[in-house]
Design a protein around this ligand. Sequence first.
Ligand code: GDP
Length: 295
Amino acid sequence: MFESLSEKLESAFKQIKGEGRITELNIAATVKDIRRALVDADVNYKIAKEFTDKIRETALGQKVINAVSPGQLMVKIVKDELVDLMGGTESTFNTKGNPAIILIAGLQGSGKTTFSGKLANFLKTKKGLSPLLVAADIYRPAAIDQLKVLGEQIGIDVYSEPENKDAVAIATNAIKEARSKNKNVLIIDTAGRLAVDEAMMTEVANIKSAVSPNEILFVVDSMTGQDAVNTAKAFNDRLDFSGVVLTKLDGDTRGGAALSIKYTVNKPIKFVSSGEKMDTLDVFYPERMAQRILG
Ligand code: GDP
């Protein structure tokens, strides 16, 4: 994950690691290399510039500290800023309610259905909850089957109404079903389109108004870089979602989405998904991710 970014950052630190002290000159060179590494990872230029301006300022402000080497100091400053850029501390995830309602939204192919299954599995095995999956994609019958296959794999019931073309009604009926079956968390997998479109946004917004979700998670393919960030903005403007799920981190992803989304929409990344198997889901910890990026 993010190998190229990690390599480029490592090489950005190479020169300053050999220096005896921090100077404006060696800071400037390092900062320039860091900025280029971020832009190459598909981080928007404005974000990369602001990020490196902060690093320069902090490094210059700490010039006098002699206890640590310039290299160590720079790595520490960059790590702290990376953590900050990705949201600082671990975010919360609200599963209180009868049932708690989690609404899943995103473009088709982003990994929504796979994530819905993984989240149900996670909440069941790690949190001891009893989830009910809801197939609210009324356009693709295959999406219902896909969710049912996943549900069977992980031993979780799937609620669907194949003949019903009203996604809002399916979602509200599912709440009753959950109560009657003693399920305490509802995960609603909604329809996606290949691009952001008005009808899809209206439908998800209507489901949101009807069910008042505890969490609305926006699922996005991390391989799509700056497009991921633009899509996040469009969904957030309309849905005011509570968190982001980055998928396909096991692929050849450059890192831009992970680094830019929080900055752009001011919503935390809550989960990262890295594979097709049901147990490849992790809670997102900015600190751990920054550590991984810096190697
Ligand atoms: P949806 O249209 O948003 O519901 O997307 P799907 O859940 O159907 O996922 C689209 C494709 O991406 C499927 O082939 C999934 O198996 C695959 N996929 C989903 N999440 C991941 C992931 O984290 N890693 C990898 N490698 N593939 C994934």
